[in-house]
Design a protein around this ligand. Structure first.
Ligand code: PMP
Length: 363
C-alpha cells in the first residue's frame, strides 16, 4: 500500500494541454521552414543582439525588478505615463496575471473560440471558468453573442484582435459599440499581440481605448512585430488601478536582464522593425490573394498568418502532409482548420505551390 501522494487542485487537472508549433525536420538539401508559431522570420537586429549581449554580462545579478528603463522607453514610445503600464513574461504572462488579479475561483472569463489556445489554459490554471463563444461563419468575433454571454459571474471578457488563429480584426466602431454594452465592473482585455500587422479600415486603437475606459486593458508583446519571442516580454496598458493590480501579481524578476535590454533596444529601432513588418504584410497579402485564387476560402488576414478552414479531419491531415512534403511546418487545429505563419519569401512561394482544396467542400 502506497502512502497518499499530494494531489493538485482539481482545476490543475482540468488544464488543457498547450500544443506548441512543431520544429521543422531537417532534410538533406531542402531548407525547412517553421510556419507553426506565428514567429517573425527575421532574426534580431545587430544592435538589439549587441544590447542583449552586453546585458548578458550582468546575468549573475537579478534583473532590475522595476524594469525601469523598459517602462521609461514604453512610456515615451506610447505616450502614456508609466503608472499606466505593466510588463510581464510575454503577454501570456499577462493573461495569468489578469486572472490572478481579477477572478475569484469560479468566476467566468468570456472569450471567443476558436481563439488563442492559451486563454482556456490561463483561465483554468487560475481557478476561473472559461466561457467560449463561437466565432461567426466568417471567422470573426461574434461581439453580440459575447455581450449576451456576460452573466452574474463574468469578471473578464477577452477580445483578440486580430484573432489568432483565424485572422480577422475587430474595427474600432465595433469595439466601441461592444464596450457600451459591457457592465462597467467587467474587465475587457483587448489582446493586440499582432496590432502592428493590421491594415484594415478603422483599426482598433487599443491604447486610446484603454485611456478612455476604466475597465479596459490592452495587452501587447515584443514576440511578433518586434521579433523577440525567445526573450519573453509583453506589456499591458490600462488606467493606473488596473495596471497596479497587474504589477502586484507579477512574477518577481519575471523579465530577465537580457530581455529588458533587448526590448529597450528594439523600441529604439522601431522604424527599422516596422519596415520588416511591412515586408511581412506584403507577403501576407500576396499569400492571401494566391490562396484565394487557388480556391481556398481564406478569411481576412490581419496578423502575420493565414487561416484555412478545413473542418474535415481527413482533408486537414492531407493538407498538413502535403505541407510537410514541401518541408513546411504548419499548425493544424483538428476539426477547425490550419494556421500558417507568414515566413520567408521562399516559404510563401512553396505554400502557394501546394495543391488547392480537393474533395468535399471546405469551411
Ligand atoms: N496573444 C495572442 C493572440 C497570441 O497569438 C500570442 C502568441 N502566440 C500571445 C498573446 C502570446 O505572446 P507572448 O507570450 O509571446 O507575448
Amino acid at each position: 500500500e502506497n502512502p497518499p501522494a499530494p494531489v493538485p487542485r482539481s482545476n490543475v487537472l482540468a488544464i488543457p494541454a498547450y500544443v506548441p508549433g512543431k520544429p521543422p525536420v531537417a532534410r538533406p538539401g531542402v531548407t525547412a521552414y517553421k510556419l507553426s508559431s506565428n514567429e517573425n522570420p527575421f532574426p534580431p537586429l545587430p544592435g538589439v543582439l549587441a544590447a542583449a549581449t552586453e546585458a548578458a554580462g550582468q546575468m549573475n545579478r537579478y534583473p532590475d525588478m522595476g524594469a525601469s528603463a523598459l517602462y521609461e522607453a514604453l512610456s515615451a514610445r506610447l505616450d502614456v505615463p508609466v503608472d499606466h503600464l505593466a510588463t510581464a513574461t510575454g503577454s501570456v504572462g499577462l493573461l495569468y496575471q489578469l486572472v490572478a488579479a481579477f477572478c475569484e475561483p469560479g468566476d467566468e472569463v468570456v472569450h471567443a473560440w476558436r481563439s488563442f489556445e492559451a486563454y482556456p489554459i490561463a483561465v483554468t490554471a487560475g481557478g476561473a471558468v472559461g466561457v467560449p463563444v463561437p466565432l461567426t461563419v466568417d471567422a470573426r468575433h461574434d461581439l453580440d453573442a459575447m455581450a449576451a454571454a456576460i452573466g452574474e459571474r463574468t469578471r473578464v471578457v477577452v477580445v483578440c484582435t486580430p484573432n489568432n488563429p483565424t485572422g480577422p480584426a475587430v474595427a474600432q466602431a465595433e469595439l466601441d459599440a461592444f464596450l457600451a454594452r459591457v457592465p462597467s465592473h467587467v474587465l475587457v482585455v483587448v489582446d493586440e499581440a499582432y496590432v502592428e500587422f493590421v491594415r484594415s479600415p478603422d483599426p482598433v486603437d487599443g491604447v486610446a481605448t484603454a485611456l478612455a475606459h476604466p475597465n479596459v486593458v490592452v495587452t501587447r508583446t515584443f514576440s511578433k512585430a518586434y521579433g523577440l519571442a525567445g526573450f519573453r516580454v509583453g506589456y499591458a496598458v490600462a488606467q493606473p488601478p488596473l495596471a497596479a493590480a497587474l504589477r502586484a501579481v507579477s512574477l518577481p524578476f519575471g523579465v530577465s536582464t537580457v530581455a529588458q535590454a533587448a526590448a529597450v533596444a528594439s523600441l529604439a529601432a522601431t522604424d527599422a522593425l516596422l519596415e520588416r513588418v511591412d515586408t511581412v504584410v506584403a507577403r501576407r497579402d500576396r499569400v492571401l490573394a494566391g490562396l484565394r485564387e487557388r480556391g481556398w476560402d481564406v478569411p481576412d488576414a490581419q496578423g502575420n498568418f493565414v487561416w484555412l478552414p478545413i473542418t474535415d479531419p481527413e482533408h486537414l491531415g492531407a493538407f498538413v502532409a502535403s505541407a510537410e512534403e514541401a518541408a513546411l511546418v504548419v499548425r493544424p487545429f483538428v476539426g477547425d482548420g490550419v494556421r500558417i505563419s507568414i515566413g520567408e519569401e521562399e516559404a510563401c512561394d512553396r505554400l502557394l505551390a501546394l495543391p488547392g482544396p480537393t474533395g468535399a467542400p471546405i469551411g
